[in-house]
Design a protein around this ligand. Structure first.
Ligand SMILES: *Cc1c(COP(=O)(O)O)cnc(C)c1O
Length: 242
């Protein structure tokens, strides 16, 4: 992995996405590739940008804020088709204002309070923010998100149409890790089914986005309907241990 360049890695991942789309009989354009650049320097982001990547995921507000000046210098925002950064990590309400300022989309909304904070921050900034709701399908304490049967999920979905500065775009999940992809598949299927049922229950909201699939399991996620795969390690190499 480490001797491969970011360009080689992106080309390989794109081929694997195309192959999964063929197996699932889906058009390649129905799946977006997000390069997850957390822990990696601005120079690596600029390298991926030069290879055509326009969608990036970061998991911490401070880390991305610290990288932004170097990204401005590298002109990843100046291009006619600029880079777009999604927050994919847990967000505390007290950092909602800063997150709303610097991210294009927040994919990890996991409480009504956070949604309200983001809405207020966007009202002040005169900005409309696309959001995804993070769903927790397995009970590990390390996982964030709202359980499919949580009362708060429904409170949030009922209130979202009033939060005019937020634009609901779909769901995100992180399934439990397994080397056996058939163990992971049911989680991806469950998220898709949950999306289909919520879309019927809440017709005023848009549920087109299904963010699921990471470096080791994205092929199966695509087979199960993912519209956005979040790839870190397979593009940028291994991260330092957390
Ligand atoms: C780090 C991270 C990823 C990328 O994981 P890889 O296994 O390195 O591809 C995807 N999604 C989220 C939410 C992450 O925090």
């Amino acid at each position: 992995m480490n001797i491969m360049s970011i360009a080689d890695n992106i080309a390989r991942v794109e081929e694997q996405i195309a192959a999964a789309c063929r197996r699932a009989m889906r058009p390649h354009e129905s799946v977006q590739l997000m390069a997850v650049s957390k822990t990696h320097p601005a120079a690596s982001i600029a390298e991926a940008f030069a290879c055509g990547i326009r969608l990036f995921g970061e998991n911490r507000v401070q880390e991305f804020a610290a990288k932004r000046p170097a990204l401005q210098t590298a002109e990843v925002f100046a291009d006619a088709s600029p880079a777009c950064f999604h927050l994919i990590g847990p967000l505390q309400s007290n950092k909602a204002t800063r997150a709303a300022e610097i991210f294009h989309t927040v994919d990890s909304v996991d409480s009504l309070r956070l949604a309200q904070r983001l809405d207020e921050a966007c009202a002040a900034a005169g900005k409309r923010l696309p959001v995804l709701i993070e769903i927790k399908l397995s009970p590990e304490p390390s996982k964030h998100g709202l359980a499919p049967d949580a009362a708060e999920l429904h409170q949030l979905l009922e209130r979202l149409p009033e939060l005019k500065n937020l634009h609901m775009r779909g769901l995100m999940t992180i399934p439990p890790y397994s080397d056996d992809l058939e163990q992971v598949r049911p989680y991806f299927r469950q998220l898709r089914e949950l999306r289909d049922s919520l879309a019927q229950q809440y017709p005023a909201l848009q549920f087109d986005g299904l963010s699921m699939g990471m470096s080791h399991d994205f092929s199966v996620a695509i087979e199960e309907g993912s519209t956005l795969v979040r790839i870190g390690t397979a593009i940028f190499g291994a991260r330092p241990p957390a």
